[in-house]
Design a protein around this ligand. Structure first.
Ligand SMILES: [Zn+2]
Length: 171
């Protein structure tokens, strides 16, 4: 049995899913997977913490985003461990269930759109540019990008892609 970094996270009492460390809350106090806590985002940026588990980042740094983000290297969501990002692609209701949850998640102060494709972007470093409307996290060039796409409403890996090719023929 493997111990995951996310094992220490609290779980949502309705879904049983671990609540990401950087997740914000809705007005009714419920955790919102699609909304970020601005203080946690700042802490992730300045202290080099993973947005999913809240622990220190290591050698490889992962970001998740849509085609625009993967191409530009500019992300809204905080950096993550590669395995935490992979787990988010699998478990996060906002990501894994696709656009079906959009209506639910659109009432948060920093609610995000759900892209049709997701990209796991792996790099070594980033610069934080607080308040940048295009995404505060500016990642260094990707060492590896993996594309995920929805097949019958389920997110599936769709292979590696070069950063310069992201967006071409997609969306
Ligand atoms: Zn992590």
């Amino acid at each position: 049995m493997t111990v995951k970094r996310t094992d220490s996270l609290p779980c949502d009492d309705r879904t049983g899913l671990p609540i990401p460390w950087s997740a914000g809350a809705l007005a009714n106090g419920r955790p919102a997977f699609s909304v970020l806590d601005p203080e946690k985002v700042l802490a992730a940026a300045t202290k080099g913490l993973c947005g999913v588990c809240g622990q220190k980042l290591e050698y490889w740094i992962a970001f998740l985003g849509g085609p625009m983000s993967a191409r530009s290297g500019q992300f809204v969501d905080p950096p993550m461990h590669v395995e935490c990002a992979a787990q988010s692609l699998e478990l996060c209701p906002h990501i894994a269930a696709g656009s079906d949850v959009k209506a639910v998640s659109s009432n948060g102060p920093r609610a995000k759109r759900t892209p049709t494709d997701w990209f796991l972007y792996v790099c070594r470093a980033f610069v934080f540019n607080e308040g940048d409307p295009g995404g505060a996290f500016h990642a260094k060039p990707a060492k590896r990008i993996e594309r995920y796409t929805y097949v019958n409403g389920v997110l599936r890996p769709a292979g590696k892609v070069e950063q310069s090719a992201v967006g071409a023929g997609m969306n």
